[in-house]
Design a protein around this ligand. Sequence first.
Ligand SMILES: Nc1ncnc2c1ncn2[C@@H]1O[C@H](COP(=O)(O)OP(=O)(O)OP(=O)(O)O)[C@@H](O)[C@H]1O
Length: 514
Amino acid sequence: MSDILQPGDAHGDVLRLDRVTKSFPGVRALRDASFTVASGEVHALLGENGAGKSTLMKIACGALAPDAGTVHIGGVALGRHTPQAARALGLRVLHQERQIAAHLSVAENVLLDRVPTGPLGLVGRRRTERAARALLDELGIGLDPGRSAADLNAAEAQLVALARALSAGATVLVLDEPTASLQGDEVRVLFDIVRTLAGRGVGIVFISHHLDEVYAIADRVTVMRDGAVAGTVPAAGTRPDQLTAMIFGQSVDVSRAAVRAGLPVVVRGEPLVEVENIHLGRTVNGVSLTMHAGEVVALTGPLGSGASEVAQLVAGARGPSAGRITHATGAARTRPPRTRRDHARCGVAFLPADRKHAGVLLEHSVTENVALGDRATSRRVLLRRREDRRRAAEQVHRLGIRVADVRQRVQTLSGGNQQKVVLGRWLAVRSRVLVLDEPTAGVDVAAKVEIYRLLLAAAADGAAVLIVSSDFEEIHALADRVLVVCDGRVVAELPGHEADPHRVMQIEMEGRSA
Ligand SMILES: Nc1ncnc2c1ncn2[C@@H]1O[C@H](COP(=O)(O)OP(=O)(O)OP(=O)(O)O)[C@@H](O)[C@H]1O
């Protein structure tokens, strides 16, 4: 911890929530939850999907008012429950979405909440860039302050948002699953910066479903269960199985053997999709692959590798600029599918990475969202509400979706539960070809295992499954074959059980430098 003093209360806590309670119609989201963050500590907040982590942080940042309980930031009680009031006391939240102004430069973004003014209140560009440079250097961020923010990738945008929080004098930072769109080296860069911030006395809340990240960065861990705090423990000295037991009430094994236990051994069947030398602009440069019935193929690669685009092409979400994709399934056998609807009709289910925009209809109910898969794959025009509700309820049960009623709007579900709804949509229609981009991003470990088993069961039933994943544990547990993609090409193929993180990272590095 740092010797730089930050405002805090008598215990040095920069954030203190005391006995917070919050209910939504039909749900008790928080029950008497207390949580503190000390100056200079990284405090991980864990819990299964729907446990109450986001609700607790929404109350901390003034986005929601508690029914009971208090919030103190820097030792000062949050009087009005508004984001402005929490910000004024020094609390900032970094969401997963891009939080930078694209029309401004890096420097202007960094100093957005504290633009240095010259005489007459004018903002000097050179002065802005100098001030931003100093801040970026302090954090070890090597970005050019004069660069346009529109050109930044997701990882760079996040670093700029962090620098901006620091420049605004944040004393508490809430990072909500900050590594969701980052790859290996980018995660390391982020963690270095988080450590630097903590060294300056900033208290950091780190929400994650990845225990390896928690061990890499956190000092203390608080686990939430069913809206209550199950306990707070030091990260060092607490074993992963102890944490999963706190999260789920039992330990969870994500190994290949455990995930496959009790499932039939599958023999590779006939080819269902034939991908021949496809191209997409400069992102995909001649990829060929065959997906067979009964197998799970994983595509992996560094950010921008083109793996996601290959999945989009196979799913028919985009058309290739050259090459051919032939499906052997369903009604469209006589002609290659051209549109996404064509693909869906010949049995392709697609779970895109960008769920918020392409995956889920937030304003609609769980039932309607699950039923969408059926609408895309059948010619049925008449709505069968009762049947739709029955199917939705089945998926809610299978995937452990935390929802009071299937008529509830998806908007009111926790992030991980929204993800399960989109997945349930495609599992409900028993598609023969499943294409899933990062199928378990934001999903808790117990649900991950459940999803892996459902995908393996679908494969055992004769489906061909293609996943894009940056989660090595997931690839190792799930894949029969792994294709490593770099610069829009498949640079290596290896059997799933040989795809340990070290091996894949080595191939990615060689692929990138080739
Ligand atoms: N606006 C709302 N209306 C109704 N219910 C809500 C609302 N916001 C949250 N909930 C419910 O409160 C509970 C806690 O949700 P919360 O988002 O805090 O979970 P979480 O721990 O952050 O989960 P995840 O890991 O999936 O993000 C869930 O049951 C959720 O459905």
